[in-house]
Design a protein around this ligand. Structure first.
Ligand code: FAD
Length: 462
Protein backbone atom coordinates (compact mmCIF):
# COMPACT_ATOMS: atom_id res chain seq x y z
CA UNK A 1 0.00 0.00 0.00
CA UNK A 2 1.24 3.50 -0.86
CA UNK A 3 0.98 5.93 2.06
CA UNK A 4 0.69 9.63 1.17
CA UNK A 5 0.97 12.54 3.63
CA UNK A 6 -0.60 15.85 2.67
CA UNK A 7 0.63 18.83 4.67
CA UNK A 8 -1.74 21.81 4.75
CA UNK A 9 -5.53 21.84 4.68
CA UNK A 10 -6.12 24.94 2.56
CA UNK A 11 -7.78 24.53 -0.81
CA UNK A 12 -4.51 23.21 -2.35
CA UNK A 13 -4.19 20.42 0.23
CA UNK A 14 -7.92 19.71 0.11
CA UNK A 15 -7.82 19.34 -3.68
CA UNK A 16 -4.92 16.90 -3.28
CA UNK A 17 -6.82 14.94 -0.60
CA UNK A 18 -9.95 14.82 -2.75
CA UNK A 19 -7.98 13.38 -5.65
CA UNK A 20 -6.48 10.73 -3.32
CA UNK A 21 -9.94 9.95 -1.94
CA UNK A 22 -11.30 9.44 -5.46
CA UNK A 23 -8.50 7.01 -6.17
CA UNK A 24 -9.09 5.09 -2.95
CA UNK A 25 -12.79 4.80 -3.86
CA UNK A 26 -11.91 3.43 -7.26
CA UNK A 27 -9.80 0.74 -5.66
CA UNK A 28 -6.26 2.16 -5.63
CA UNK A 29 -3.99 0.60 -3.02
CA UNK A 30 -3.48 3.96 -1.33
CA UNK A 31 -3.85 5.56 2.06
CA UNK A 32 -3.58 9.27 2.75
CA UNK A 33 -3.36 11.48 5.84
CA UNK A 34 -3.90 15.24 5.82
CA UNK A 35 -2.14 17.36 8.45
CA UNK A 36 -3.65 20.75 9.27
CA UNK A 37 -2.14 22.98 11.94
CA UNK A 38 -5.35 24.83 12.81
CA UNK A 39 -8.75 23.60 13.97
CA UNK A 40 -10.46 24.28 10.64
CA UNK A 41 -9.97 23.29 7.01
CA UNK A 42 -10.00 25.67 4.05
CA UNK A 43 -7.06 27.97 4.89
CA UNK A 44 -7.97 31.45 3.67
CA UNK A 45 -11.36 30.25 2.33
CA UNK A 46 -13.59 31.53 5.08
CA UNK A 47 -17.17 32.81 4.94
CA UNK A 48 -19.37 34.25 7.66
CA UNK A 49 -23.08 34.78 7.49
CA UNK A 50 -23.89 38.08 9.18
CA UNK A 51 -27.33 39.63 9.30
CA UNK A 52 -28.43 37.92 6.09
CA UNK A 53 -25.19 38.82 4.26
CA UNK A 54 -22.56 36.43 2.99
CA UNK A 55 -19.30 37.98 4.15
CA UNK A 56 -16.12 36.62 2.61
CA UNK A 57 -13.06 36.88 4.82
CA UNK A 58 -10.66 35.63 2.14
CA UNK A 59 -11.31 35.10 -1.58
CA UNK A 60 -14.77 36.17 -2.71
CA UNK A 61 -14.76 34.39 -6.08
CA UNK A 62 -12.46 33.04 -8.79
CA UNK A 63 -11.91 33.89 -12.42
CA UNK A 64 -14.24 31.84 -14.63
CA UNK A 65 -11.64 31.54 -17.38
CA UNK A 66 -9.63 29.01 -15.38
CA UNK A 67 -11.79 25.88 -15.12
CA UNK A 68 -10.27 23.89 -12.24
CA UNK A 69 -12.19 25.31 -9.27
CA UNK A 70 -15.57 25.19 -11.04
CA UNK A 71 -14.78 21.63 -12.22
CA UNK A 72 -14.07 20.63 -8.63
CA UNK A 73 -17.37 22.21 -7.53
CA UNK A 74 -19.26 20.26 -10.20
CA UNK A 75 -17.54 17.05 -9.23
CA UNK A 76 -18.67 17.67 -5.62
CA UNK A 77 -22.27 18.11 -6.76
CA UNK A 78 -22.17 21.89 -6.29
CA UNK A 79 -22.90 22.71 -9.94
CA UNK A 80 -26.24 24.31 -9.03
CA UNK A 81 -24.55 26.42 -6.35
CA UNK A 82 -22.22 28.18 -8.77
CA UNK A 83 -23.07 31.82 -9.37
CA UNK A 84 -21.62 34.27 -11.87
CA UNK A 85 -20.81 37.93 -11.34
CA UNK A 86 -23.46 40.43 -12.53
CA UNK A 87 -21.36 41.51 -15.50
CA UNK A 88 -24.13 43.62 -17.01
CA UNK A 89 -23.54 46.00 -14.06
CA UNK A 90 -19.77 45.76 -14.31
CA UNK A 91 -18.18 49.12 -13.77
CA UNK A 92 -14.99 49.72 -11.88
CA UNK A 93 -13.85 53.13 -10.71
CA UNK A 94 -10.34 54.39 -10.14
CA UNK A 95 -9.79 57.10 -7.57
CA UNK A 96 -8.18 59.89 -9.57
CA UNK A 97 -7.24 63.15 -7.82
CA UNK A 98 -9.80 62.38 -5.12
CA UNK A 99 -12.68 61.59 -7.52
CA UNK A 100 -13.99 58.25 -8.73
CA UNK A 101 -13.46 57.92 -12.48
CA UNK A 102 -14.98 54.99 -14.34
CA UNK A 103 -12.58 52.67 -16.13
CA UNK A 104 -13.32 53.19 -19.81
CA UNK A 105 -15.07 50.47 -21.76
CA UNK A 106 -12.80 48.24 -23.84
CA UNK A 107 -9.76 48.28 -21.54
CA UNK A 108 -8.33 44.77 -21.36
CA UNK A 109 -6.31 45.05 -18.18
CA UNK A 110 -4.39 48.16 -19.32
CA UNK A 111 -4.67 47.71 -23.09
CA UNK A 112 -7.23 49.94 -24.79
CA UNK A 113 -9.23 48.15 -27.49
CA UNK A 114 -11.84 50.89 -28.06
CA UNK A 115 -10.57 54.30 -29.11
CA UNK A 116 -13.51 56.55 -28.22
CA UNK A 117 -14.15 55.59 -24.56
CA UNK A 118 -10.44 55.76 -23.74
CA UNK A 119 -9.95 58.98 -25.71
CA UNK A 120 -12.79 60.68 -23.82
CA UNK A 121 -11.91 59.30 -20.37
CA UNK A 122 -10.55 61.65 -17.72
CA UNK A 123 -8.62 58.73 -16.21
CA UNK A 124 -5.59 59.43 -18.39
CA UNK A 125 -3.74 62.59 -19.33
CA UNK A 126 -3.28 63.56 -22.98
CA UNK A 127 0.34 62.45 -22.69
CA UNK A 128 -0.75 58.89 -21.83
CA UNK A 129 -3.39 58.90 -24.57
CA UNK A 130 -0.69 59.88 -27.04
CA UNK A 131 1.47 57.02 -25.73
CA UNK A 132 -1.43 54.64 -26.38
CA UNK A 133 -1.47 55.68 -30.02
CA UNK A 134 2.30 55.40 -30.32
CA UNK A 135 2.13 51.98 -28.67
CA UNK A 136 0.44 50.60 -31.77
CA UNK A 137 3.84 50.92 -33.51
CA UNK A 138 5.83 49.20 -30.76
CA UNK A 139 8.22 46.76 -32.50
CA UNK A 140 8.29 43.03 -31.56
CA UNK A 141 10.88 42.33 -28.90
CA UNK A 142 12.43 39.01 -27.96
CA UNK A 143 13.16 39.82 -24.32
CA UNK A 144 16.12 37.81 -23.09
CA UNK A 145 15.46 38.53 -19.43
CA UNK A 146 12.57 38.97 -17.04
CA UNK A 147 11.58 42.44 -15.87
CA UNK A 148 9.09 44.00 -13.50
CA UNK A 149 5.49 44.61 -14.55
CA UNK A 150 6.09 48.32 -13.89
CA UNK A 151 9.07 48.44 -16.28
CA UNK A 152 7.15 46.53 -18.94
CA UNK A 153 4.00 48.68 -18.72
CA UNK A 154 6.04 51.86 -18.58
CA UNK A 155 7.86 50.91 -21.79
CA UNK A 156 4.50 50.53 -23.53
CA UNK A 157 2.30 53.20 -21.99
CA UNK A 158 4.33 55.34 -19.59
CA UNK A 159 4.38 55.73 -15.84
CA UNK A 160 0.85 57.09 -15.44
CA UNK A 161 -0.53 53.73 -16.65
CA UNK A 162 1.55 51.95 -14.00
CA UNK A 163 0.18 54.19 -11.27
CA UNK A 164 -3.46 54.38 -12.36
CA UNK A 165 -4.06 50.81 -13.51
CA UNK A 166 -1.28 48.22 -13.46
CA UNK A 167 -0.27 48.75 -9.85
CA UNK A 168 -3.77 48.91 -8.27
CA UNK A 169 -5.07 46.00 -10.38
CA UNK A 170 -2.16 43.75 -9.44
CA UNK A 171 -2.07 44.82 -5.80
CA UNK A 172 -5.64 43.56 -5.57
CA UNK A 173 -4.53 40.10 -6.70
CA UNK A 174 -0.99 39.69 -5.30
CA UNK A 175 -0.91 42.27 -2.55
CA UNK A 176 2.38 43.38 -4.12
CA UNK A 177 3.66 46.24 -6.19
CA UNK A 178 4.02 46.34 -9.97
CA UNK A 179 7.61 47.47 -9.42
CA UNK A 180 8.59 44.12 -7.93
CA UNK A 181 6.28 41.62 -9.70
CA UNK A 182 7.62 39.56 -12.61
CA UNK A 183 6.00 40.25 -15.97
CA UNK A 184 6.76 36.72 -17.18
CA UNK A 185 5.11 35.10 -14.15
CA UNK A 186 2.22 37.51 -13.63
CA UNK A 187 1.36 38.65 -17.15
CA UNK A 188 2.69 35.86 -19.39
CA UNK A 189 0.14 36.59 -22.12
CA UNK A 190 1.28 40.18 -22.40
CA UNK A 191 4.95 39.18 -22.50
CA UNK A 192 4.08 36.77 -25.32
CA UNK A 193 2.08 39.43 -27.18
CA UNK A 194 5.10 41.71 -27.11
CA UNK A 195 7.26 38.94 -28.54
CA UNK A 196 4.87 38.14 -31.37
CA UNK A 197 3.26 41.51 -32.17
CA UNK A 198 5.33 44.17 -30.46
CA UNK A 199 2.29 46.29 -29.74
CA UNK A 200 -0.08 44.97 -27.06
CA UNK A 201 -2.87 47.05 -28.60
CA UNK A 202 -2.43 45.42 -32.00
CA UNK A 203 -2.12 41.94 -30.48
CA UNK A 204 -5.33 42.42 -28.52
CA UNK A 205 -7.21 43.69 -31.56
CA UNK A 206 -5.96 40.72 -33.62
CA UNK A 207 -7.11 38.31 -30.90
CA UNK A 208 -10.55 39.98 -30.80
CA UNK A 209 -10.88 39.80 -34.58
CA UNK A 210 -10.05 36.09 -34.51
CA UNK A 211 -12.61 35.48 -31.78
CA UNK A 212 -15.38 37.41 -33.53
CA UNK A 213 -14.82 35.44 -36.77
CA UNK A 214 -15.50 32.14 -34.95
CA UNK A 215 -18.91 30.82 -33.85
CA UNK A 216 -20.60 33.26 -31.43
CA UNK A 217 -20.79 31.92 -27.89
CA UNK A 218 -22.39 33.64 -24.92
CA UNK A 219 -19.51 35.01 -22.83
CA UNK A 220 -19.42 33.43 -19.37
CA UNK A 221 -19.39 35.83 -16.44
CA UNK A 222 -15.98 37.08 -15.52
CA UNK A 223 -16.03 35.77 -11.94
CA UNK A 224 -17.62 32.70 -10.38
CA UNK A 225 -18.48 32.07 -6.76
CA UNK A 226 -20.73 29.87 -4.65
CA UNK A 227 -24.18 30.90 -3.44
CA UNK A 228 -23.27 30.30 0.20
CA UNK A 229 -19.73 31.53 -0.11
CA UNK A 230 -16.30 30.14 -0.81
CA UNK A 231 -16.05 28.22 2.46
CA UNK A 232 -18.79 25.95 1.12
CA UNK A 233 -16.21 24.58 -1.33
CA UNK A 234 -13.79 23.65 1.47
CA UNK A 235 -16.59 22.16 3.56
CA UNK A 236 -17.87 20.12 0.64
CA UNK A 237 -14.42 18.67 -0.04
CA UNK A 238 -13.85 17.82 3.61
CA UNK A 239 -17.28 16.15 3.84
CA UNK A 240 -16.09 13.72 1.16
CA UNK A 241 -12.86 12.78 2.94
CA UNK A 242 -12.58 9.77 5.23
CA UNK A 243 -12.65 11.09 8.82
CA UNK A 244 -9.69 9.10 10.11
CA UNK A 245 -7.49 10.63 7.43
CA UNK A 246 -7.73 14.19 8.80
CA UNK A 247 -5.30 15.24 11.51
CA UNK A 248 -6.46 18.63 12.79
CA UNK A 249 -4.42 20.86 15.14
CA UNK A 250 -1.38 19.02 13.81
CA UNK A 251 1.36 21.42 12.89
CA UNK A 252 4.08 19.69 10.92
CA UNK A 253 7.54 20.75 12.07
CA UNK A 254 9.72 18.65 9.81
CA UNK A 255 9.65 16.30 6.86
CA UNK A 256 12.71 14.15 6.41
CA UNK A 257 13.74 11.53 3.89
CA UNK A 258 14.40 8.19 5.56
CA UNK A 259 14.86 4.63 4.28
CA UNK A 260 13.44 5.31 0.81
CA UNK A 261 10.40 7.08 2.24
CA UNK A 262 9.51 10.10 4.35
CA UNK A 263 9.04 10.76 8.03
CA UNK A 264 6.57 13.49 8.93
CA UNK A 265 6.89 14.94 12.43
CA UNK A 266 4.03 16.84 14.03
CA UNK A 267 4.30 17.61 17.73
CA UNK A 268 5.37 14.47 19.55
CA UNK A 269 4.20 12.19 16.72
CA UNK A 270 6.14 10.94 13.75
CA UNK A 271 4.77 8.79 10.98
CA UNK A 272 6.23 7.12 7.89
CA UNK A 273 5.01 7.67 4.34
CA UNK A 274 6.01 6.75 0.81
CA UNK A 275 5.04 10.13 -0.63
CA UNK A 276 4.56 13.62 0.77
CA UNK A 277 2.61 16.51 -0.71
CA UNK A 278 3.59 19.83 0.83
CA UNK A 279 0.62 22.14 0.21
CA UNK A 280 1.71 25.14 2.23
CA UNK A 281 2.58 28.77 1.50
CA UNK A 282 6.19 28.61 0.21
CA UNK A 283 7.59 30.25 3.36
CA UNK A 284 5.96 27.58 5.56
CA UNK A 285 7.11 24.85 3.13
CA UNK A 286 10.67 26.20 3.47
CA UNK A 287 10.51 25.74 7.25
CA UNK A 288 9.30 22.12 7.19
CA UNK A 289 11.78 21.11 4.46
CA UNK A 290 14.84 22.76 6.03
CA UNK A 291 16.41 19.50 7.14
CA UNK A 292 15.40 17.49 4.06
CA UNK A 293 17.08 19.93 1.67
CA UNK A 294 18.60 23.23 2.80
CA UNK A 295 18.96 24.29 -0.87
CA UNK A 296 15.31 23.68 -1.68
CA UNK A 297 14.31 25.33 1.57
CA UNK A 298 16.35 28.44 0.72
CA UNK A 299 14.72 28.74 -2.73
CA UNK A 300 11.26 28.38 -1.22
CA UNK A 301 12.02 30.93 1.48
CA UNK A 302 13.01 33.43 -1.20
CA UNK A 303 9.44 33.53 -2.56
CA UNK A 304 8.04 36.64 -0.92
CA UNK A 305 4.60 36.84 0.67
CA UNK A 306 2.56 39.85 1.59
CA UNK A 307 -0.12 40.33 4.22
CA UNK A 308 -3.64 41.57 3.63
CA UNK A 309 -6.67 42.69 5.60
CA UNK A 310 -10.28 42.53 4.45
CA UNK A 311 -13.04 44.48 6.15
CA UNK A 312 -16.70 43.58 5.58
CA UNK A 313 -19.19 46.37 6.28
CA UNK A 314 -22.98 46.08 6.20
CA UNK A 315 -25.08 49.21 5.70
CA UNK A 316 -28.76 49.98 5.33
CA UNK A 317 -30.88 50.62 2.24
CA UNK A 318 -30.10 54.36 2.12
CA UNK A 319 -26.38 53.71 1.72
CA UNK A 320 -27.11 51.11 -0.94
CA UNK A 321 -29.10 53.67 -2.89
CA UNK A 322 -26.42 56.33 -2.51
CA UNK A 323 -23.56 54.24 -3.91
CA UNK A 324 -22.56 54.52 -7.55
CA UNK A 325 -23.52 51.56 -9.77
CA UNK A 326 -20.86 48.94 -10.43
CA UNK A 327 -18.49 46.51 -8.74
CA UNK A 328 -16.40 48.97 -6.72
CA UNK A 329 -13.23 51.02 -6.89
CA UNK A 330 -9.44 50.80 -6.80
CA UNK A 331 -7.12 53.32 -5.20
CA UNK A 332 -3.76 54.09 -6.82
CA UNK A 333 -0.90 54.50 -4.35
CA UNK A 334 -0.36 58.10 -5.50
CA UNK A 335 -3.76 59.04 -3.98
CA UNK A 336 -2.19 58.70 -0.53
CA UNK A 337 -4.90 56.52 1.02
CA UNK A 338 -4.48 53.36 3.08
CA UNK A 339 -7.32 51.50 1.40
CA UNK A 340 -6.41 49.71 -1.78
CA UNK A 341 -9.84 48.73 -3.02
CA UNK A 342 -13.50 48.32 -2.11
CA UNK A 343 -16.08 46.02 -3.67
CA UNK A 344 -19.80 46.74 -3.70
CA UNK A 345 -20.56 43.09 -3.02
CA UNK A 346 -24.35 43.45 -3.28
CA UNK A 347 -23.87 44.60 -6.89
CA UNK A 348 -21.11 42.22 -7.91
CA UNK A 349 -22.88 38.95 -7.05
CA UNK A 350 -26.45 37.79 -6.55
CA UNK A 351 -27.37 36.15 -3.18
CA UNK A 352 -24.80 38.12 -1.20
CA UNK A 353 -27.00 40.64 0.60
CA UNK A 354 -30.74 41.19 1.10
CA UNK A 355 -32.32 44.03 -0.92
CA UNK A 356 -32.29 46.35 2.08
CA UNK A 357 -28.57 45.94 2.76
CA UNK A 358 -25.40 47.29 1.20
CA UNK A 359 -22.40 45.01 1.67
CA UNK A 360 -18.94 46.48 1.17
CA UNK A 361 -15.67 44.57 1.18
CA UNK A 362 -12.66 46.78 1.76
CA UNK A 363 -9.11 45.68 1.21
CA UNK A 364 -5.66 46.63 2.54
CA UNK A 365 -2.54 44.92 1.22
CA UNK A 366 1.25 45.02 1.30
CA UNK A 367 2.86 47.87 3.24
CA UNK A 368 -0.52 49.50 3.93
CA UNK A 369 -1.74 46.29 5.57
CA UNK A 370 1.49 46.12 7.63
CA UNK A 371 0.99 49.74 8.72
CA UNK A 372 -2.49 49.14 10.13
CA UNK A 373 -1.78 45.58 11.35
CA UNK A 374 -1.03 46.46 15.01
CA UNK A 375 -4.25 48.49 15.33
CA UNK A 376 -7.40 47.12 16.95
CA UNK A 377 -10.34 46.06 14.78
CA UNK A 378 -12.25 49.16 15.88
CA UNK A 379 -9.38 51.41 14.85
CA UNK A 380 -9.12 49.68 11.46
CA UNK A 381 -12.87 50.08 10.92
CA UNK A 382 -12.42 53.75 11.84
CA UNK A 383 -9.79 54.19 9.12
CA UNK A 384 -12.02 52.46 6.58
CA UNK A 385 -15.03 54.60 7.50
CA UNK A 386 -12.97 57.77 7.28
CA UNK A 387 -11.67 56.90 3.82
CA UNK A 388 -15.10 55.74 2.60
CA UNK A 389 -16.46 59.08 3.71
CA UNK A 390 -13.78 60.92 1.73
CA UNK A 391 -14.21 58.75 -1.36
CA UNK A 392 -17.94 57.92 -1.41
CA UNK A 393 -19.38 60.45 1.00
CA UNK A 394 -20.72 57.61 3.18
CA UNK A 395 -21.12 58.95 6.73
CA UNK A 396 -23.62 56.39 8.05
CA UNK A 397 -22.78 54.04 10.89
CA UNK A 398 -22.35 50.49 9.56
CA UNK A 399 -24.86 47.95 10.88
CA UNK A 400 -22.01 45.50 11.27
CA UNK A 401 -18.29 45.37 10.66
CA UNK A 402 -15.91 42.44 10.44
CA UNK A 403 -12.10 42.60 10.17
CA UNK A 404 -10.04 39.66 8.88
CA UNK A 405 -6.25 39.68 8.95
CA UNK A 406 -4.20 37.36 6.76
CA UNK A 407 -0.50 37.27 7.64
CA UNK A 408 1.83 36.53 4.72
CA UNK A 409 -0.88 34.71 2.73
CA UNK A 410 -0.45 36.19 -0.75
CA UNK A 411 2.55 35.09 -2.79
CA UNK A 412 4.31 37.75 -4.81
CA UNK A 413 6.00 36.44 -7.89
CA UNK A 414 9.10 38.62 -8.02
CA UNK A 415 11.30 39.24 -11.06
CA UNK A 416 13.04 35.94 -11.90
CA UNK A 417 10.23 33.83 -10.38
CA UNK A 418 10.06 31.38 -13.31
CA UNK A 419 13.82 30.77 -13.17
CA UNK A 420 13.47 30.11 -9.43
CA UNK A 421 10.68 27.59 -10.16
CA UNK A 422 13.02 25.74 -12.53
CA UNK A 423 15.65 25.51 -9.78
CA UNK A 424 12.99 24.36 -7.30
CA UNK A 425 11.84 21.67 -9.71
CA UNK A 426 15.42 20.41 -10.22
CA UNK A 427 15.93 20.22 -6.44
CA UNK A 428 12.57 18.55 -5.93
CA UNK A 429 13.44 15.85 -8.44
CA UNK A 430 16.41 14.95 -6.26
CA UNK A 431 13.91 14.08 -3.53
CA UNK A 432 11.79 11.24 -4.94
CA UNK A 433 8.30 11.06 -3.46
CA UNK A 434 8.09 14.78 -2.66
CA UNK A 435 5.47 16.96 -4.40
CA UNK A 436 4.79 20.67 -3.93
CA UNK A 437 1.46 22.44 -4.27
CA UNK A 438 0.07 25.82 -3.27
CA UNK A 439 -0.05 29.44 -4.23
CA UNK A 440 3.69 30.06 -4.24
CA UNK A 441 4.33 28.55 -7.65
CA UNK A 442 2.22 28.87 -10.80
CA UNK A 443 -0.84 30.87 -9.84
CA UNK A 444 -2.12 32.45 -6.67
CA UNK A 445 -5.86 32.21 -7.46
CA UNK A 446 -8.16 29.46 -6.18
CA UNK A 447 -8.39 27.65 -9.57
CA UNK A 448 -4.59 27.42 -9.86
CA UNK A 449 -4.33 26.18 -6.27
CA UNK A 450 -6.92 23.48 -6.99
CA UNK A 451 -4.99 22.46 -10.11
CA UNK A 452 -1.67 22.38 -8.22
CA UNK A 453 -3.13 20.18 -5.46
CA UNK A 454 -4.70 17.81 -7.91
CA UNK A 455 -1.53 17.52 -10.02
CA UNK A 456 0.57 16.86 -6.90
CA UNK A 457 -1.81 14.05 -5.93
CA UNK A 458 -1.74 12.54 -9.43
CA UNK A 459 2.08 12.54 -9.24
CA UNK A 460 2.08 11.02 -5.75
CA UNK A 461 -0.52 8.34 -6.42
CA UNK A 462 1.18 7.12 -9.62
C1 FAD B 1 -7.59 38.18 1.49
C2 FAD B 1 -7.41 37.29 0.29
C3 FAD B 1 -8.23 37.45 -0.81
C4 FAD B 1 -8.11 36.62 -1.92
N1 FAD B 1 -8.98 36.77 -2.96
C5 FAD B 1 -8.96 35.86 -3.96
C6 FAD B 1 -10.00 35.86 -4.92
O1 FAD B 1 -10.95 36.65 -4.86
N2 FAD B 1 -9.95 34.91 -5.91
C7 FAD B 1 -8.95 33.98 -5.97
O2 FAD B 1 -8.97 33.13 -6.89
N3 FAD B 1 -7.96 33.95 -5.05
C8 FAD B 1 -7.94 34.86 -4.05
N4 FAD B 1 -6.98 34.81 -3.09
C9 FAD B 1 -5.89 33.82 -3.21
C10 FAD B 1 -6.31 32.40 -2.82
O3 FAD B 1 -7.42 32.45 -1.97
C11 FAD B 1 -5.18 31.67 -2.13
O4 FAD B 1 -3.99 31.77 -2.88
C12 FAD B 1 -5.50 30.18 -1.92
O5 FAD B 1 -6.74 30.02 -1.30
C13 FAD B 1 -4.38 29.56 -1.10
O6 FAD B 1 -4.72 28.23 -0.78
P1 FAD B 1 -3.61 27.25 -0.18
O7 FAD B 1 -4.26 26.01 0.22
O8 FAD B 1 -2.48 27.15 -1.13
O9 FAD B 1 -3.03 28.03 1.10
P2 FAD B 1 -3.74 28.44 2.46
O10 FAD B 1 -5.15 28.79 2.26
O11 FAD B 1 -2.83 29.47 3.07
O12 FAD B 1 -3.71 27.10 3.31
C14 FAD B 1 -2.56 26.62 3.92
C15 FAD B 1 -3.00 25.75 5.10
O13 FAD B 1 -1.85 25.14 5.68
C16 FAD B 1 -1.96 25.19 7.09
N5 FAD B 1 -0.59 25.12 7.63
C17 FAD B 1 0.36 26.10 7.66
N6 FAD B 1 1.49 25.62 8.18
C18 FAD B 1 1.26 24.32 8.50
C19 FAD B 1 2.07 23.28 9.06
N7 FAD B 1 3.33 23.51 9.42
N8 FAD B 1 1.51 22.06 9.25
C20 FAD B 1 0.22 21.82 8.88
N9 FAD B 1 -0.58 22.77 8.34
C21 FAD B 1 -0.06 23.99 8.15
C22 FAD B 1 -2.67 26.50 7.36
O14 FAD B 1 -3.30 26.51 8.63
C23 FAD B 1 -3.67 26.54 6.21
O15 FAD B 1 -4.89 25.93 6.54
C24 FAD B 1 -7.08 35.63 -1.95
C25 FAD B 1 -6.23 35.47 -0.86
C26 FAD B 1 -6.39 36.29 0.25
C27 FAD B 1 -5.48 36.10 1.45
Amino acid sequence: MTRVAIVGGGISGLAAAYECEQRVRSGADLEYVLYESSSRLGGVLRTESVDGCIVEAGPDSFVSEKPWAADLCRSLGLGDQLIGSNDADRKTYILTRGRLVEMPDGLMFMVPTKILPTGLSSLFSWKTKLRMTQELFHPPRAADHDESVAAFVERHYGSEMVDRLADPLLSGVYGGEAASLSVRAVLPRFAEMERTHGSLGRAMLAARKKMSSGPRKAAPSLFTSLKNGMQHLAESVSAQLTRGTLLMNSSVQAIQAEAGGWVVSAGLNSDQFDRVIVALPASAAAAVLRMASPELSAELAAIQYSSSITVGLGYDRRVRQSLPPGFGFLVPRSEGKLLLAATFVHNKFPHRAPEHRALLRCFFAGSNAENVWPLSDDQIVGIVRNELQQILGVRAEPQFARVYKWKSAMAQYGVGHLERLERIERLRQQLPGLALAGNGFRGIGVPDCVRSGREAAVLSAA
